[in-house]
Write a protein of this length. Structure first.
Length: 291
């Protein structure tokens, strides 16, 4: 079998090769390959080092990198001055510092998690979507008490039922579905690693941000199915109108988020979600009876 007849499609990474090849990543990986091959040549034999070097260069040629996670590592750790030498402008630092916890929607934009669309609605950034999916894919088990402790800034989380945990013995947190808990655990892990100021947020502010991110998700973290966003205006008798917004996976029926707020409080954010619940669709008032 000739080399030209081998299907290299599964090995290639077109997003990191060809015109998409990152020069800083390539240089860093070639340098690593030279060091590794040189070390092997010294501790074993020169032919072994040569073979290792050839294999490493082939991997870099086909995949764009040798060390897994290189695009994220170079982006995060190479100094801005070095990136500029290769014509790459560093992405602005993502930070919650200087933002008000009273406006979580502004915090999402400031942290580079969501961007406003031309129509004024918010959508998750491509960068966050990619980081979120990588975090989901790397998880080998369902979130547990340790994940809840981390996302809620708690000293102790004790499971009290399906997706229900008591936090530090004085509060109960419950998620709408396994997918919702998975989304919060993965999001918290991404934010802890990429957004300055996340670790300084109070518990309620963290939970508010995580809930709003779940409202913006477009794919289910459990099955990757599309998510539908629903809304309604509730006009109960003897109470002010409320706005309810909830998101559900179209494939597995998992509820990702379910938020209800007084209409006066919700006006500041329903538009960002593309919600237009101006007509009452449910009422608790009794129907009039003729006769």
């Amino acid at each position: 079998m000739s080399l030209s007849s081998i299907d290299l499609g599964p090995v290639r990474r077109p997003e990191y090769t060809g015109e998409n090849r990152c020069l800083p990543c390539t240089i860093v990986n070639v340098a690593i390959a030279l060091v590794l091959a040189g070390t092997l040549g010294i501790v074993t034999t020169v032919p072994v080092g040569a073979v290792a070097l050839g294999g490493s260069l082939a991997a870099i040629y086909l995949r764009g990198y040798l060390v897994p996670g290189t695009p994220e590592l170079t982006e995060r750790y190479l100094p801005a001055s070095v990136l500029r030498l290769f014509g790459k402008e560093p992405i602005a630092t993502r930070s919650l510092e200087g933002t008000s916890p009273e406006d979580p929607w502004d915090q999402l934009a400031a942290a580079g998690i969501a961007d406003p669309s031309p129509d004024g609605t918010l959508s998750l950034t491509d960068r966050f979507r990619e980081e979120f999916r990588v975090e989901i894919d790397r998880r080998e088990s369902a979130p547990g008490a340790d994940n809840v402790e981390a996302l809620a800034a708690a000293s102790e989380a004790v499971e009290r039922g399906p997706r229900a945990y008591s936090i530090d013995g004085n509060r109960l947190l419950r998620w709408e579905s396994d997918a919702a808990l998975l989304a919060d655990a993965a999001t918290a892990s991404v934010l802890r690693a990429t957004v300055e100021g996340w670790s300084d947020l109070e518990r309620d502010d963290r939970l508010a941000l995580l809930e709003r991110i779940r409202l913006l998700l477009e794919r289910c973290p459990s099955c990757d199915g599309p998510i539908d966003r629903n809304d309604e205006r509730i006009d109960p008798c003897c109470q002010p109108p409320h706005i309810a917004v909830w998101t559900v996976c179209r494939d597995c029926d998992a509820v990702l988020a379910d938020v209800t707020a007084p209409e006066a409080d919700a006006e500041a954010w329903v538009g960002l979600l593309g919600v237009d619940a101006t007509e009452p669709t449910r009422t608790d008032a009794p129907e009039a009876v003729e006769g």
